[in-house]
Design a protein around this ligand. Structure first.
Ligand code: AMP
Ligand code: GLY
Length: 422
């Protein structure tokens, strides 16, 4: 099979690594890819948001399967673009339809969906400029912290958690006045939930589903979960506090009702669902849905997943997912992310990366890297994920952290405390 993978992050390197192991894969292309994916397939300089160019490539190179890594093309409707084109509609594409991707693309859509299907989540209200005054009055009745969420995609920056009532009221106004552009034309205000976060992933054909290993990511730049939010500074899998009892609760109160809701609403969903959860006094609540795998969660989930990914995805596209037997490695995985100095604020690119060959007994997944002549240079905020397996997450974290010191580039930073709160 010829396979096209869309994206360029650490998640996509982990996908490429799994795909390249499949006996079913003849040729893998990655658009646009990074220096890591270049070792596993052919990088092609196409922007995943340019659907016309993607489509031309798919037809020219006789692609048999398209896998979408990130949310933006899905929320923009790449699945539907393929479905309405006679030449493309028989080429399977992994990811939800535009309507189903609203589970990630619109917080208001996701909240209404959860309410309709009785899925536990924080209580909420939604506001636009038409009822701004009501929103301001509503905030005044709430006990801080106040959680304000831009409805649309805002590059991970659209959630504000504010301690002061008048500051929250001012922020509501700023958001509705375009602080996050179109994404915050509508704002969801929700109850603050105090608990511990974790993530669960499923693969679904819209009817049956398979549960993948759980993961917990570390989003803040600083050790001890201090400082600015990032795309993710590290992750572990599985989540040690997700007991069998809790997983059963998650499956019956969250996963099954979500799949049921997708069917009830007649949504076309053939892909991954990422459930961002918070556990409050032993009960799971949904913080957010994502319509794709996580980054860096994929870099700890996939190394524990022994199945042939392509075989599973083909079964999914044929509606035969229920015939797949999941094969999960019982070991723990931990990823430590090396980032550029200054990230998540401004940072420089083009720093030469050295020492990758010195990493032993860990996987190196590239994110913001690029080949330049015979060198590899930094090309983004998150540069490399180092993933290790161990008999428990602490052993895996130790191994990844030790190997993080083997790789060098100017300004390199990483957290040494992944898993510190467990
Ligand atoms: P989201 O983009 O919806 O995942 O939100 C970003 C982060 O904000 C989450 O990972 C949580 O840490 C936090 N958060 C979001 N919603 C809530 C909530 N209702 N209560 C507490 N924390 C929240
Ligand atoms: N690591 C969080 C995400 O992929 O959304």
């Amino acid at each position: 099979m010829n396979i096209l993978l869309l994206g360029n992050g650490g998640r996509e390197h982990a996908f490429a690594w799994k795909i390249a192991q499949s006996l079913l894969c003849q040729q893998l292309y990655i658009a646009p890819g990074n220096a890591g994916t270049a070792e596993l397939g052919i990088n092609i300089p196409i922007d995943p948001m340019d659907f016309d160019e993607v489509a031309d490539f798919v037809l020219d190179e006789e692609i048999d399967l398209v896998i979408v890594g990130a949310e933006a093309p899905l929320v923009e409707g790449i699945y539907d673009y393929f479905q309405v084109d006679e030449d493309l509609q028989d080429i399977p594409i992994i990811g939800p339809s535009k309507a189903a991707a609203q589970l990630e693309g619109s917080k208001a859509f996701a909240k209404a969906f959860m309410k309709e299907f009785g899925i536990p989540t924080a209580a909420y209200r939604e506001f636009t400029t038409a009822n701004l005054e009501e929103g301001i009055a509503y905030i005044a009745t709430q006990t801080p912290p106040i959680v304000l969420k831009a409805d649309g995609l805002a590059a991970g920056k659209g959630v504000l958690i504010i301690e002061d009532i008048s500051e929250a009221q001012a922020e509501l106004q700023a958001m509705l006045n375009g602080k996050f552009g179109k994404a915050s034309e509508r704002v969801v205000i929700e109850q603050f939930l105090n608990g511990i976060e974790c993530s669960v992933f499923v693969l679904t054909d819209g009817k049956s589903y398979k549960i993948l290993p759980s993961a917990k990511d570390y989003k803040r730049i600083g050790e001890g979960d201090k400082g600015l939010n990032t795309g993710g500074m590290g992750a572990i899998s599985p989540v040690p506090f997700l007991t069998n009892d809790l997983m059963t609760k998650i499956e019956t109160t969250i996963i099954q009702p979500t799949i049921n809701g997708i069917q009830q609403r007649d949504l076309d969903y053939k892909g991954f669902i990422f459930f961002g959860l918070i556990i409050v006094e032993g009960n799971p609540y949904v913080i957010e849905y994502n319509c794709r795998m996580g980054d860096p969660e994929t870099q700890v989930v996939f190394p524990r997943w022994n199945n042939d990914l392509v075989e599973v995805l083909i079964a999914l596209t044929k509606g035969q997912l229920n015939e797949i037997e999941m094969d999960i490695n019982p070991q723990s995985a931990a990823a430590v992310i090396l980032v550029s100095g200054g990230y998540p604020n401004d940072y420089e690119k083009g720093k030469v990366i050295e020492g990758i060959e010195n990493v032993e007994d860990s996987f190196v997944f590239h994110a913001g890297t690029q080949e330049l002549g015979d060198q590899i240079v930094t090309n983004g905020g998150r540069v490399i994920a180092i993933t290790s397996l161990g008999k428990n997450f602490r052993e895996a974290v130790r191994q990844s952290t030790a190997n993080a010191a083997q790789i060098h580039f100017e300004g390199k930073y990483f957290r040494r405390d992944i898993g510190f709160d467990l």
